[in-house]
Design a protein around this ligand. Structure first.
Ligand SMILES: NC(=O)C1=CN([C@@H]2O[C@H](COP(=O)(O)OP(=O)(O)OC[C@H]3O[C@@H](n4cnc5c(N)ncnc54)[C@H](OP(=O)(O)O)[C@@H]3O)[C@@H](O)[C@H]2O)C=CC1
Ligand SMILES: O=C(O)C1=N[C@H](C(=O)O)C[C@H](O)C1
Length: 228
């Protein structure tokens, strides 16, 4: 597969490395080469089977506009842009493109979402209140993390008594820790996922790109990760 990786930062760099390890031909575009999406011309984009974006909240929307308009296939790792999701879905559908987005490409976190929903249902009516804490590196632009928002959504949907409070911490180069706490008068149940490196995100994103390369349409990683 010919893979274009947008963003050569902490995660994008590793995504490019993992894609090459999977035997794909990989090209990367950094911020200078792609200022305001200017590098993403139609003929250039047409040279790739899949494009993977790990950039920044503003940049990713420009990148999606440019690439999806050509009917390209995109895997989006970047978080903090979901107020534009309906627009981007519409564009992808109109152009016969493919769009797969996810707040977290680590399989461990996907399992955490499922366990969190089960835990919430099992504790229903037993006097527990829920809260979430997330810890990331100090350079993270969005807060709370996309993963924390997805976790809150999983608990809220499963019946976690209204809006779940999220506390965000920023510390050193933390790759990402998410903690769900269910507290009662008698005890506390804690569910934690801790990323020791960014490898899980990169592996998941490359596998998602391989899966998407034969499809069109819009997909949330939460709904497809088990099929990869
Ligand atoms: N879904 C998931 O599993 C994961 C999601 N993420 C998300 O991915 C995003 C990136 O995270 P991270 O790697 O830590 O961030 P970094 O800041 O380390 O990397 C982002 C890179 O993108 C570059 N960039 C900015 N604009 C453009 C552009 N228009 N074209 C190409 N490159 C551009 C930046 O360059 P410059 O610094 O010069 O501006 C930077 O090098 C974040 O939104 C983060 O939340 C991260 C890990 C996992
Ligand atoms: O910025 C990061 O680093 C991460 N961002 C994603 C998020 O916002 O949830 C995923 C992971 O936690 C790392």
């Amino acid at each position: 597969m010919r893979v274009l990786v947008l963003g050569v930062g902490k995660t994008g760099k590793l995504v490019a490395q993992v894609a090459a390890e999977h035997g794909h031909s990989v090209h990367v575009l950094d911020a200078k080469e792609n200022k305001d999406g200017a590098g993403l011309t139609h003929p250039f984009v047409a040279g790739f089977d899949v494009i993977i974006d790990f950039t920044a909240p503003e940049a990713v929307v420009q990148n999606m506009r440019a690439c999806l308009a050509t009917g390209a296939k995109m895997v989006i790792g970047t978080t903090g842009w979901y107020d534009k999701l309906a627009d981007m879905r519409g564009l992808a559908e109109r152009k016969g493109a493919a769009l797969l987005y996810g707040t977290n490409y680590s399989v461990g976190v996907q399992v955490m979402f499922q366990v969190a929903a089960q835990m919430t249902k099992a504790l229903e009516g037993a006097g527990y209140t829920f809260s979430i804490e997330e810890t990331h590196h100090v350079t993270k632009l969005d807060s709370p993390s996309g993963t924390a928002l997805s976790l809150a959504e999983a608990v809220e949907k499963a019946g976690g008594l209204g809006k779940i409070p999220i506390e965000a911490h920023r510390s050193g180069d933390a790759a990402g820790t998410h903690v769900l706490v269910a507290q009662s008068a008698a005890d506390k149940l804690i569910l934690t996922h801790e990323s020791h490196s960014r490898r899980g995100f990169a592996e998941g994103a490359v596998r998602a790109a391989e899966w998407l390369s034969t499809r069109t349409g819009c997909y949330d990683f939460r709904d497809v990760w088990m099929k990869l």
